[in-house]
Write a protein that binds this ligand. Sequence first.
Ligand code: XMP
Length: 326
Amino acid sequence: TWTMVNIVDETVEAIRAQIGGKRAICGLSGGVDSAVAAALVQRAIGDRLTCVFVDHGLLREGEAEQVERDYVEATGVSLKVVDAADRFLDALAGVEDPEAKRKIIGREFIRVFEEAARDIVADAGAHGESVDFLVQGTLYPDVVESGGGEGAATIKSHHNVGGLPDDLQFRLVEPLRALFKDEVRKVGEELGLPPRIVWRHPFPGPGLAIRVVGEVTRERLAVLRKADAIAREELTAAGLDREVWQFPVVLLANVRSVGVQGDRRTYGHPIVLRPVTGEDAMTADWARLPAELLERISTRITNEVPEVNRVVLDITSKPPGTIEWE
Ligand code: XMP
């Protein structure tokens, strides 16, 4: 539409004015926000943008492959993939507090970007140059919820807003800071990004770390990853992806309950299903998924994931609940 073309043109101009002839990097998460932010910056400064995909070991099944394939195919952007799983998981060892997890992840992200920036300059043979700008897909609701909006208190430190270190060596480029998600999707369509990127459900930057309630370990992540893949697969098979805003699946790693399977007593962990509907994530309602779909998900998870013996449904709206459990 006329307004979308306008928003795109004006944003691209503003980015060009901000970055000038310098270099920028953008962390891609696989989600629509960073994808659209990067596409705008690419339009503004071309190959002086390098995208960095950090595999922090907190991704869902198939996610890394999807970014490497789909996004690069759609945009032709130059992408650097950093395998940083050990580093993130080591830093998270022993940590249970949700805000502490977010801060650690935000800090590690920045350190990884700083290292990647040095590598990019070295690879380009651009001695004496540096990467001065970091592109982030921060949206208006992130700004508000991290206490950046006027009069707002911090609800959660979104790692890409509240969790940045004080000694940050980059200047931030945040072209989506005034937009809501539905507007970002329209900009993405305007830029020609494929529907599977534009319509992907939001996924938080700290990834599965804030969906393991309790300490994050490799074993727990593997359990959650399996349960999450089943839930997403069944939602898609039921044709309900667009009806649902987001479908977090949460592992209560600190809780165990007694169950029975065959003639054996089990003492396993609960999985929480948190499907929500909404417009912009500032408010949300629990999604009334069909009972047969919930039953299939529950049966499959308890059959296919031995560590889980109970599946529960979160029927809290936001407020008073938030979408994520941490
Ligand atoms: P809550 O849990 O606050 O989440 O209702 C609102 C929306 O934001 C996502 N979310 C995050 N996204 N970094 C992100 O990039 C974060 O730290 C973060 N925390 C929550 C959440 O998935 C939902 O879409």
